[in-house]
Design a protein around this ligand. Structure first.
Ligand code: MN
Length: 723
């Protein structure tokens, strides 16, 4: 794109009038005056007044045909950073959308950037897109970076390299993702020039030489295609253009070629045929394949399958005149415009028709606001918007350690997830968290760009509550592991306590037992591997302390093995499917479902370690749980159903009792559930209260029944009751 050497306000205003004829540009003029005042006296390294930079940025934005708030933001983008201006000043004078854009650009500029950047470039790019929930922020940042790259020669050497690398790794791919091809190419070539100045110059000279040598060939190909188009009556143009230097350089690298071997690269020149209609693209493809033999596997149809950035074209490689390979792209004018200018151009193209029709609202380009809206709108976007959105709003958040390393976490992640992502020990001892220097709760939802600091304390322990809010599987499994270990300790001490009590009844102590060599025989007699396993079995109630004590006293008295009776208690046949429960890490545990709250598979439940009678299972919200010793509570899970059935109590309140019992019973039976009891009362307000005890397989089954009963006419309320 052409550009005046020193940009003046009038250049920008002229440019705006070329695509927004008659627009009221007061906002841009005001921004210019404000920026001029804010930057007064500041000078760039080039010796130019600082204002030349925002002017150049705003001009590029006008070249990209952006709306007036974006161009105003371009003029103001460095005022908050470099001058004594606040976002609130900008908001007051220029409105919300200009302020949001300037704020976004300032935030991006202030992100900590580390030397390890190249490893995290992709994350950084995604983060920029995620932070800029208005695409215009990214566009201003790209225009800013373009001008900084164009004037990079004035920076000291080490800074030049850093900025060039960052541009190559972050900003050029961003331009590419947004489909702004010219910008990507210029950023890449400028970066290449500063990162590898010698190779850049050598390659540039060699490319010029090769292109000059192939000039006849280029002209011949263009002539042949143009001739063919004319014969077939297709209106179109043929271009033969050399590719940008950095893409040629990459190609050499990929194929392990030196610059001297450039003649081996056939596609330094790319040919492009631009026609009017989509149908003609395929016609031209046929014509080209009839002229020259296509190379199999090289044809790509991006018209039917556009790239995520909306790029559309047909690509083919054929063996051209003189047996030389050549790559040809075929596309329509509109596709060409989108390939050069990016996704924005798509809306602009439609907009242009409206502007021509004279109905455009001056100063506001609808395509842009529509794009911004589409970004925000999450339902049913068109396919390409969907894929763009995936990039713009990934289901991830990007946060920083205080050292500036980026951690990628799933959306909704908390400081605890972050702590476990750093190290398991940091997670276990995570006591408090600071985000951007401020204390936050441990279940705070991290936001992209947050700088997160974890304060550990040696006496801090993981809490079961953490499982309710952590989002990463890493944190979840580490917390579970810790709790499991802790639970094991708890069961062990419960087992020890029970055993000790039982031993004292026969004037012994647990330690006497443990110190006795015959204790090992007791372990073996009950088929355990270790003493620990035996104590755990007692803790869980699988084995009674009496059995252990009896066995031990018999051994001490030197008596023979008694009958079967002292064996491990076989789990009784569960009458109500109590073996569909498990405790992590333990098998063969005895469970009782508590009568007070009648838990069902699917309910959140907790276990209570009784003294020697196994584990009682309550619903987590059972009021009785609060009265139990918290030291003896244990996590239990439902296993897959084994066809067992459970009782559940239902209250149904209806307006009128006539015929209701039969209707409700019918509905319950239709859900394949048995009714064990049914009772009806009339309430003082003349309603009927039905009390059912039903048998169900799990929570889902009960929900289904409740759903069906609710649909019965006259039913006012359906409730599940504890007792
Ligand atoms: Mn700037």
């Amino acid at each position: 794109m052409t550009k005046p050497y020193v940009i003046r306000l009038s250049d920008i205003l002229d440019r705006i009038q070329s695509y927004l004829p008659g627009a009221d540009t007061t906002l841009v003029e005001k921004a210019y005056v404000f920026a001029a005042k804010a930057h007064a006296g500041q000078v760039r390294r080039s010796g130019e007044p600082y204002l030349s930079h925002p002017l150049a940025v705003a001009y590029t934005l006008a070249e990209m045909k952006l709306d007036l708030p974006t161009i105003a933001a371009g003029l103001l983008h460095d005022t908050v950073e470099d001058a004594d201006v606040t976002i609130e000043d900008i908001r007051r004078l220029f409105g919300d959308s200009v302020a949001e854009i300037v704020d976004g650009v300032t935030k991006i500029s202030n992100l900590p950037v580390r030397s390890k950047l190249h490893k995290q470039a992709e994350n950084f790019r995604k983060m920029l897109l995620a932070m800029a929930n208005d695409l215009r922020v990214v566009l201003v940042k790209l225009a800013d970076r373009l001008h900084n790259m164009r004037t990079l020669e004035f920076q000291p050497e080490h800074k030049r390299r850093r900025i060039a690398r960052e541009t190559l790794e972050i900003y050029a791919p961003l331009a590419s993702r947004l489909g702004i091809d010219w910008l990507k190419q210029e950023l890449e070539d400028l970066s290449f020039m500063y990162l590898h100045p010698e190779e850049y110059r050598a390659l540039r000279d060699e490319v010029e030489r090769v292109v000059a040598a192939r000039q006849d060939f280029i002209e011949e190909v263009k002539r042949i295609i143009a001739q063919k188009l004319k014969e077939e009556g297709i209106e179109g143009r043929v271009l033969g253009r050399r590719k940008h230097l950095y893409s040629i350089y990459r190609k050499l690298q990929r194929n392990n070629l030196t610059i001297d071997q450039l003649y081996l690269v056939y596609d330094i020149i790319g040919f492009r045929v631009i026609v009017q209609k989509v149908k003609e693209c395929y016609e031209v493809l046929g014509l080209i394949h009839s002229l020259w033999k296509p190379i199999p596997g090289r044809f790509k149809d991006y018209i039917n399958l556009p790239k995520p950035n909306m790029y559309q074209s047909l690509h083919t490689t054929v063996i051209g005149p003189g047996g030389r390979q050549m790559e040809i792209q075929i596309r329509t004018e509109e596709m060409d415009r989108i390939a050069n200018e990016g996704i924005a151009a798509h809306w602009l193209y439609k907009e242009a028709k409206i502007i021509e029709a004279g109905s455009a609202k001056a100063g506001q380009l609808e395509w842009l606001s529509r794009l911004v809206e589409l970004q925000k709108e999450l339902q049913n976007p068109r396919d390409f918007i969907e894929s763009l959105r995936m990039d713009l709003f990934p289901d991830e958040v990007y946060v920083f350690t205080p050292q500036g390393d980026i951690k990628v976490l799933p959306r909704g992640a908390t400081p605890v997830d972050f702590a476990y992502a750093i190290h398991t020990e940091v997670g276990h001892h995570c006591a408090r968290a600071k985000v951007n220097g401020r204390l936050v709760p441990l279940d705070y939802e991290l936001q992209t760009g947050d700088i997160v600091e974890i304060v550990t304390a040696s006496n801090q322990k993981p809490s079961r509550d953490w499982l309710k809010f952590v989002k990463t599987s890493r944190a979840r499994s580490r917390i579970r592991q810790w709790l499991k270990q802790e639970e094991k300790q708890r069961i062990l001490s419960a087992g020890r306590e029970i055993l000790d009590r039982e031993f004292r009844k026969v004037k012994l102590t647990l330690s006497q037992f443990l110190d006795d060599p015959r204790a090992e025989e007791v372990v073996k007699a009950f088929s355990f591997k270790t003493m620990e396993d035996l104590i755990i079995a007692v803790g869980y109630g699988r084995l009674t302390a009496q059995q252990v004590v009896r066995k031990f006293t018999l051994l001490r008295e030197g008596e023979e093995e008694p009958s079967e009776e002292a064996m491990v208690v076989k789990k009784p046949r569960p009458d109500r499917g109590e073996d569909t429960l498990s405790v992590e890490g333990s098998e063969d545990v005895l469970f009782h479902l508590s009568r007070c709250c009648k838990p069902l598979p699917g309910d959140e439940v907790v276990g209570y370690i009784t003294r020697g009678r196994g584990i009682t299972v309550h619903r987590a919200d059972c009021p009785n749980v609060k009265t139990l010793d918290p030291e003896r509570l244990i996590e239990v899970q439902w296993e897959a159903s084994n066809g067992a059935i459970y009782p559940a109590r239902l209250w149904v309140i209806t307006a009128d009792r006539k015929g209701m019992l039969a209707t409700i019973s019918g509905a319950i039976s239709a859900c394949e559930a048995n009714i064990l009891e049914a009772e009806v009362k009339t309430t003082p307000d003349k309603r009927a209260l039905f009390n059912f005890l039903v048998e169900v397989s799990d929570r889902g089954h009960l929900d289904h029944i409740m759903q069906s009963v609710r649909q019965i006419e006259g039913v006012i309320r359906v409730e599940r009751r504890f007792a």
